[in-house]
Design a protein around this ligand. Structure first.
Ligand code: NDP
Ligand code: MG
Length: 387
């Protein structure tokens, strides 16, 4: 029997690679739904190619246009956030890949859990902002979240009994500015930052990789996925991106997962877990790789990594604030409104201004902290541009 899947964010970097994986295994997988924000040209093409019965478009105007184009076809178009949630609730769906970018992943993830769907989670912002809420809900329902983020997929694959774990070691390529003199960092343009040395990804995560915020978000993501406290999660720079992460055990053994940097591997793993399927990807050739090297991250050069760890340790609404401030700052940087180093400065400032809420958080607490932090960051950016 085929596994029925839904892909949220099908037009993005992860979404497109996920559909490639579906194409390799079309006798085992059926796509029942796809969703995006507004790229209806690609959604329409994907719906046709994969015979998808439901598409959802977050932008309501774009949804209307697609609905018009799909008249007379076998594909139904759903609109807005409600449409995306409706897609998640389709009764026959077995697994949902959450590959939207930013906090847009939070509501669909919670909806998927409520409706007992298996989740393959690429979207780390969901766990950064709402980690306690999401993991508690999943635990209550007995739903296992299968990570797609390569580092977390690696840890998931290497993890035996968490009681025996000494440390999680999350590897980072170090991004394109690992060796740039610190005084040059403010001159970095979006075009320079979008050239990642080892991974091809969406714009937001590529900038996060250049500031190392991505690694900070991943530390928080790991804390929630694996229930390991922050003092036992370390980031290590590994420029070749061959080791995707490691688990150190109390007896001194360290287990690692290796492979070419290719997101289709963790995507396929999450689709078929616990089974492994053959594909046509090039096997890893260690002699061709030659050398694997490691360094300690430079926290002076990359303050975002420090800020994320701090936010994680503070807890409560602070990680939602970190995430929201970062999302707004990254968009402003991509729009040439602020300098590269202003991203970390803004996140720092917004965290300092935040009125923290701790204890048991509900969805409203998280959404309110997110809304406040976005507004605060925008105001700070406007004030700066007036100076
Ligand atoms: P992209 O920017 O390439 O794609 C984002 C996708 O999400 C697009 O399909 C976009 O639609 C859709 N989208 C954005 N916002 C919404 C929304 N509110 N509602 C519905 N759809 C939305 O991102 P990536 O694929 O690079 O990343 C996706 C997620 O996976 C991120 O959270 C990222 O951190 C994570 N991730 C990505 C990796 C990678 O290699 N790319 C690696 C590990 C994790 P549209 O095209 O219409 O704008
Ligand atoms: Mg990653």
């Amino acid at each position: 029997m085929k596994k029925n899947i839904v892909i949220l964010g099908s037009t993005g970097s992860i979404g497109r690679q996920a559909l490639e994986v579906v194409g390799w295994h079309n006798s085992d997988l059926q796509v029942l739904g796809i969703a995006a924000q507004r790229n209806i040209d690609l959604l329409e093409e994907q719906a046709k190619t994969f015979g998808v019965p439901y598409v959802a478009v977050e932008d309501k105007d774009a949804a209307l246009e697609l609905e018009h184009r799909l008249q007379g076809s076998n594909t139904r178009c759903l609109a807005g956030t409600d449409g995306i949630l409706e897609l998640v609730r389709i009764p026959d769906v077995d697994l949902i890949l959450i590959a939207v970018s930013g906090l847009g992943g939070l509501l669909p993830t919670l909806e998927a859990i409520t409706h007992n769907k298996q989740i393959a989670l690429a979207n780390k912002e969901t766990l950064v902002a709402g980690g306690s809420l999401v993991t508690e809900a999943a635990l209550k329902k007995g739903i296992r979240i299968i990570p797609v983020d390569s580092e977390h997929s690696a840890i998931f694959q290497c993890l035996e009994d968490t009681a025996d774990v000494e440390k999680l070691l999350i590897t980072a390529s170090g991004g394109p500015f690992r060796e740039m003199p610190v005084d040059q960092l403010k001159k970095i343009t979006p075009e320079m930052a979008l050239r990642h040395p080892t991974w091809q990804m969406g714009d937001k995560i590529t900038i996060d990789s250049a500031t190392l915020m991505n690694k900070g978000l991943e530390i928080i993501e790991a804390r929630w996925l694996f229930g390991i406290d922050y003092d036992r999660i370390e980031a290590v720079i590994h420029p070749q991106s061959i080791i995707h992460s490691l688990v150190a055990y109390k007896d001194g053994a360290v287990l690692a997962q290796l492979g070419w940097p290719d997101m289709r591997v963790p995507i396929q793993y999450a689709f078929f877990y616990p089974e492994r399927k053959r594909n046509n990807l090039h096997p890893l050739d260690l002699v061709q790789v030659g050398q694997l090297s490691f360094e300690t991250p430079d926290l002076g050069r990359f303050p975002c990594l420090r800020l994320a760890r701090e936010a994680g340790k503070i807890g409560g609404t602070m990680t939602a604030v970190l995430n929201a401030a970062n999302e707004v700052a990254v968009q402003a940087f991509l729009g040439h409104k602020i300098a590269f180093n202003a991203i970390s400065e803004l996140v720092d400032e917004v965290m300092n201004l935040h009125n923290l809420k701790t204890g048991k958080l509900d969805l409203d607490d998280i959404l309110e902290a997110d809304r406040w932090a976005r507004e605060c960051t925008r105001q700070l950016i406007n004030q700066q541009s007036k100076k």
